[in-house]
Design a protein around this ligand. Structure first.
Ligand SMILES: [Zn+2]
Length: 476
């Protein structure tokens, strides 16, 4: 056992796995042993909070208590994950709990970026760090069942396909007391957008009392998904080595997850980023049936437009158009899907996005399509960080093998989807009358740069076209 060291924060540092045993004993380390030790510790009741360093009298962490480091390579995880295995038992549960450090077989933790807020809740004494969720009655009302893509370790690499089936798949582990958390939750909802009421008034949509109600609300099944990255698969998707991926993620997060470097035995990472939400219009079981017409929009978050109606881009109108098409498809006996990714401002974030808006509008010659991408790269260092390579995973999880109507003009999205083996029969552009006043710069620049252009418009997308497209000034 190595000596404890005093850190700059006053905490003593040590490694959880250094606490017992010779190398031979360590080699014999297995799930039963780890779990037995863990239960013994938990049996000490009152001691358990103290093991995490909380001084229960003052509600603050005791700086003399032991901080558990997780950075050293271990003698292997107690439960190995076999990514792409055909049964949940063979694949193994993903254990990213912080309450049972010895059982962890993943880097990072649950709840994406919200894990940082959880740390404040615990630090402020509002939450017990050992809290376990009560999953009673949380099961999906609509099931997304396994399909062949789940069993191909290359088809889905950024989410856990079994993430909504934790209770059924790992019930015996849960009964034993293993802290396994869902990374997907499915529920049902009514959604209402003003534009859908307007579409009904204008006769573009008709209520049917099932998919679309007379008040303009849509009945949907929705699924929230947290990222669960299988690092070898993610690296392969970007055609880079796993070592390069791990090193860059470690460095570019300011060293947030040292295990990316030190724990090559852990191949699964739960990144602290926003996830995605799937909205299904019509019967979910149709998604796995290629004889049914399927309409899809994969949409990347744009808070300014999606929620607040900013007119500088086409995001919300295109989203609404996607929903309209999904409703129509479902009403005609098919199924529609919107996948909403938390990739604000092309994954650059809103601060960068607003800086770019200013730079675009203040540049010499004003905001124009000709310099649209260049101005983004000047501020962000890159034109786009959404990298659609991981996006098709959600479609494969749903069991989609063919998309009749893809409501997108993005060549990156189209190439990623078709490159992953899903057929796309038709690409649907945003109707001209839905493009907001100041958004022509964006859509024109994208069409010029290689986005899908409908046949009738191809002749006009040339150098003159992109030079003519101008936006409003900053003070206008
Ligand atoms: Zn936008």
């Amino acid at each position: 056992m190595p000596p404890m060291v005093e850190s700059a924060t006053g905490f003593t540092l040590g490694c959880d796995h250094c606490v017992s045993g010779s190398p031979n004993e360590q080699a014999a380390f297995n799930f039963e042993a780890a779990f037995g030790q863990m239960k013994l510790k938990e049996g000490q009741g009152q001691e358990k909070s103290n093991a995490w360093g909380r001084d229960q009298k003052r509600g603050e962490y005791n700086t003399k208590s032991h901080v558990v480091l997780t950075t050293h390579p271990r003698r292997g995880s107690p439960i190995q994950i076999k990514w792409g295995a055909t049964s949940p038992a063979e694949r193994g549960p993903i254990i990213a709990t912080l309450s049972q450090p010895r059982l962890r077989n993943a880097i990072g933790t649950h709840n994406g970026s919200y894990s940082v807020y959880r740390s404040i809740a615990v630090a402020a004494g509002k939450m017990d760090p050992m809290f376990r969720p009560d999953l009673h009655n949380t099961a999906p009302p609509v099931m997304i069942p396994p399909n062949p893509s789940w069993f191909d370790p290359t088809k889905i690499v950024s989410m856990d396909p079994w993430g909504h089936m934790i209770v059924d798949s790992y019930g015996s582990h849960l009964k034993e007391g293993v802290d396994i958390r869902p990374t997907i939750a499915i529920t049902k909802a009514h959604i209402q957008m003003l534009e859908l009421v307007e579409a009904m008034e204008k006769g573009r949509l008709q209520a049917d009392g099932n998919i679309l109600q007379s008040d303009g609300s849509c009945v949907v099944t929705k699924a929230a998904i947290e990222h669960v990255w299988y690092l070898p698969g993610v690296a392969q998707r970007f055609n880079i080595t796993e070592a390069t991926l791990r090193r860059c993620m470690f460095e570019q997060t300011g060293g947030m997850f040292p295990e990316l470097i030190t724990r090559s035995d852990l191949e699964v990472f739960l990144p602290p980023i926003g996830g995605l939400t799937v909205y299904i219009f019509g019967p979910a079981e149709y998604l796995q049936d290629p004889s049914k017409v399927c309409t899809v929009r994969v949409h990347d978050e744009c808070n300014g437009s999606d929620v607040f109606g900013s007119d500088i881009c086409t995001c919300r109108p295109y989203l609404v158009h996607g929903i309209e098409e999904c409703v129509r498809t479902a009403q005609n006996g098919g199924v529609g899907v919107i996948v909403y990714f938390r990739k604000e401002g092309r994954s650059l974030g809103e601060v960068t996005k607003f800086l770019v808006y200013n730079a675009r509008k203040r540049q010499e010659g004003g905001d124009r399509a000709e310099t649209y991408f260049h101005r983004t790269a000047c501020v962000a260092g890159v034109e786009d960080m959404r990298f659609q390579e991981l996006m098709p995973d959600a479609l494969h999880w749903l069991g989609i093998t063919k998309i009749d109507k893809l409501i997108s003009m993005s060549d990156m999205k189209y190439n990623a989807i078709t490159g992953s083996g899903i057929k796309v029969l038709e690409r649907v552009p945003i109707p001209d009358d839905m493009i907001p006043a100041d958004a022509h710069v964006e859509i024109d620049a994208k069409m010029y740069a290689g986005y899908y252009v409908p046949e009738e418009k191809r002749a006009i997308i040339n150098d003159d076209f992109v030079k003519q497209s101008k936006g409003r000034g900053l003070d206008a």
